[in-house]
Design a protein around this ligand. Structure first.
Ligand code: F3S
Length: 254
């Protein structure tokens, strides 16, 4: 069997950086170490860190129970109030937010209560929740064409559009086009889809067109992985999403 490995396979820059920051804390002997939510959406990595004593803080209530230690913010980022809470409790903070996500926080925080912010992304996704937490302007999350067509907003102040970094680039442009038809005053459009995502999606699409089977390896809760799977499945019917080698039924490959 010929096996093609995508050039863009592996952790992206932001995830690699976040995981390395956790390992650095372990090496420096920091104790206890917490990550605010799983450091990345990859259960294998999370399990291996847990074995090294890294614990996960699941909620703001859990955070309130901590009296010592280091809390690491993951690559998806968190709302501003989480930083404030960590500091208020006298805990050490290591910010592993991906710089590309941080850039979105910086963009949206410039808009005031008279303005409006649209996040093109998936409601409830941790990155989107994080971005919302840096907005003083009213926020609308738009993830589908129907939602885009329904949007009217207030029509006063500035209207800023940003994207969740892992959103499909083409879909982002399509949704912006729809919004521009109902709101001709949109000027501040920030195409904050991460190029790592875009490059990976187009490489995966091209490979999927040529191969008999496509295997997408990644966490079962990862938005990146899910989107890659959907893109590949459209091009190659024998596309499988696996998390570890145990999930792969080699007999099913043609
Ligand atoms: Fe990764 Fe950061 Fe892009 S976490 S997908 S490099 S936004």
């Amino acid at each position: 069997m010929e096996v093609i490995v995508a050039k863009t396979a592996g952790f992206c820059f932001g995830v690699k950086r976040a995981v390395e920051q956790v390992y650095r804390q372990i090496e420096e002997g920091k104790k206890p170490i917490y990550t605010y939510g799983p450091i990345i959406h990859n259960e294998e990595v999370v399990r291996s860190l847990e074995e090294k004593g890294v614990r996960i803080v699941e909620s703001e209530d859990d955070l309130e129970k901590l009296c010592e230690g280091t809390v690491i913010i993951r690559s998806h980022g968190v709302p501003r109030r989480i930083y404030e809470r960590i500091r208020a409790r006298g805990l050490s903070l290591v910010d592993a937010t991906c710089p590309f996500v941080k850039k979105i926080h910086r963009i949206v925080e410039q808009y005031g209560s008279a303005d409006e912010v649209i996040i093109i992304g998936n409601e409830g996704h941790p990155e989107v929740e994080g971005i919302k937490g840096w907005c003083s302007a009213p926020v609308t999350v738009i993830g589908s064409e129907e939602e885009a067509a329904r949007f009217r907003g207030r029509g006063t102040g500035r209207l800023c559009i940003v994207s969740q970094t892992t959103f499909n680039y083409k879909n982002f442009n399509k949704l912006v086009e729809i919004i521009e038809k109902v709101r001709y005053d949109v000027r501040d459009i920030f195409r904050t889809v991460c190029s790592a995502t875009e490059e990976r999606q187009s490489e995966a699409r091209e490979i999927a067109k040529k191969v008999d089977s496509m295997i997408v390896i990644g966490g079962s809760h990862s938005s990146n992985t899910r989107k890659l799977y959907e893109i590949c499945k459209k091009e190659c019917v024998n596309t499988y999403h696996i998390q570890t080698i145990r999930d792969l039924d080699i007999q099913r490959l043609p």
